[in-house]
Design a binder for this molecule. Structure first.
Ligand SMILES: *Cc1c(COP(=O)(O)O)cnc(C)c1O
Length: 454
């Protein structure tokens, strides 16, 4: 048997600043464009949706941005999160690779998402905005914002993708327990929701539709802002708290990663663990292999085009240049709800276009198999999303064995799977299958091409 190797930081070592990769990009990001005028968005354009603190961060090129003390104080509830050396997994794989994982499942909702929900709620609270709308797919983001709303006394309204609302009643109860409201999307509450229902009364909903409804409500009400749980620069910024902590923890281990791996839905947990190390590489210190892992059923980075597109199906959001499958893309059903978004963070898309990161896509069955292998070695059941990262890590570790080379692999175990037992039940019963490529092709054909040339 191997021993448990865990690197724990004192809470005084919670980072005091987030890391902004915009400061180190070799070429600047393409600007976001106003959806009507197609001109670069100004801070004033974003004011109906976001507080000033968030807007400044969205556009900032400053390298270090201070984490407000009230945010650090809530972070202390579960941060710094532990970093583990996966000794038992290394042994099970008989690999010379050194595998480390940052475990974000210790947050109150079991994933990394509160790292940005807390500051987003704080900046709204600090500016006197009492109410925030948002969307959620499987419920992870809605739960995180519900938690954050409870911490700062804000009303939270969550538009939840209709099919998940019906299939995951526990998630809804979780949000309501924190005092948030939860509405099945598409709904009758918004003009966009009504238009979708008029066309298809049985619509299962999608993230793009739910975002459209949440944004519509925020734009129309003076007392209400909107919050997004991934994709945008400020969200990725907030998540860097994970990579910054991991850097200190790896220093305790006297190590530094050669390879950093994470799953990518909108890209925030990937950015969180990768950007602080990629920043070192960009400033000339080192080489870094960064690997983004996504599902073959929603292959945004590996199959999408890099072009201006909307963030939502209602086409209300600014256009951003990103890898996208089209704002109308509705992926075929698979059990990693957090990885179903049609777009990818502009910062990650940009870095991929510049050649700083690699992307891979896997089938769901091989990801579940990898997740169980990890669980049985390490004693933590990963979220179905995180299984994609685990699959990428195992492949890298096995390649090390084959080539007789050692390297340090760091990955983000972005959440536990304890709320996802239906997915594991289906997998263990043999009721899950890989999706036929033709289903993905069909979904891509229907999704609508981005409407502004890149
Ligand atoms: C939401 C979520 C994701 C995907 O979002 P990113 O922004 O790509 O990190 C991945 N894993 C879990 C557990 C999630 O809740």
């Amino acid at each position: 048997m191997s021993e448990t190797v865990k690197y724990v930081l004192d809470e005084a070592r919670i980072p005091r600043t987030w890391y902004n990769i915009n400061a180190d990009l070799p070429a600047p990001l393409a600007p976001a464009l106003h959806p009507a005028t197609k001109e670069p968005v100004s801070p004033a354009d974003l004011a109906p949706l976001f507080p000033q603190g968030v807007i400044e961060q969205e556009l900032s090129t400053e390298r270090s941005i201070e984490i407000p003390e009230p945010v650090r104080d809530v972070y202390r509830q579960w941060r710094p999160s532990p970093l583990y050396r996966a000794r038992r997994l290394e042994q099970a794989l008989d690999t010379p690779a050194r595998i480390y994982y940052k475990y974000e499942g210790v947050s109150p909702v079991g994933s990394h998402k509160p790292n940005t929900a807390i500051p987003q709620a704080f900046y709204n609270y600090a500016e006197g905005v009492p109410r925030i709308t948002t969307e959620t797919g499987a419920g992870q983001w809605g739960s995180s914002l519900a938690l954050a709303g409870a911490m700062f006394g804000l009303d939270i309204e969550v538009y939840m993708v209709g099919i998940s609302y019906r299939q995951k009643p526990y998630r809804r109860a979780f949000m309501e327990s924190f005092g948030a409201g939860c509405i099945a999307s598409p709904s009758e509450r918004t003009a966009f929701g009504r238009s979708v229902l008029a066309e298809d009364p049985d619509s299962a909903g999608s993230l793009g539709i739910a975002i459209g409804e949440a944004v519509e409500e925020a734009v129309q009400r003076a007392d209400t802002h909107y919050a997004l749980g991934s994709v945008l620069n400020h969200v990725l910024l907030h998540q860097t708290v994970t990579g910054l902590e991991a850097k200190e923890q790896l220093a305790m281990a006297d190590d530094y990663p050669d390879t950093v791996i994470a799953c990518t839905g909108g890209g925030s947990n990937f950015a969180g663990i990768v950007f602080p190390f990629l920043g070192d590489a960009l400033r000339g210190g080192s080489d870094l292999e960064a690997i983004a892992v996504e599902p073959l059923a929603c292959p945004t980075l590996t199959r999408g085009c890099f072009a201006y597109d909307y963030g939502d199906s209602a086409q209300l959001t600014p256009l951003t240049k990103m890898h996208t499958l089209g704002s109308g893309f509705v992926p075929p059903g698979f059990h990693a709800g957090g990885l179903r978004y049609h777009g990818m963070a502009p910062q990650i898309s940009h870095l991929r276009a510049l050649g700083y990161l690699e992307a891979r896509a896997y089938e769901q069955l091989e990801c579940f198999a990898a997740g169980l292998r990890f669980a049985q070695a390490e004693g933590i059941i990963p979220a179905p999303e995180a299984n994609h990262a685990v699959k990428g890590v195992i492949d890298e570790a096995l390649a090390c064995r084959e080539h007789g080379t050692s390297k340090a692999i760091l990955f983000n175990l972005c959440g536990h799977g304890n709320f996802d037992m239906q997915a594991y039940t289906d997998y263990l019963a043999g009721n899950l299958s890989d999706l036929a490529g033709s289903e993905v092709e069909a979904a891509m054909a229907l999704s609508g091409l981005p409407s502004v040339a890149g």
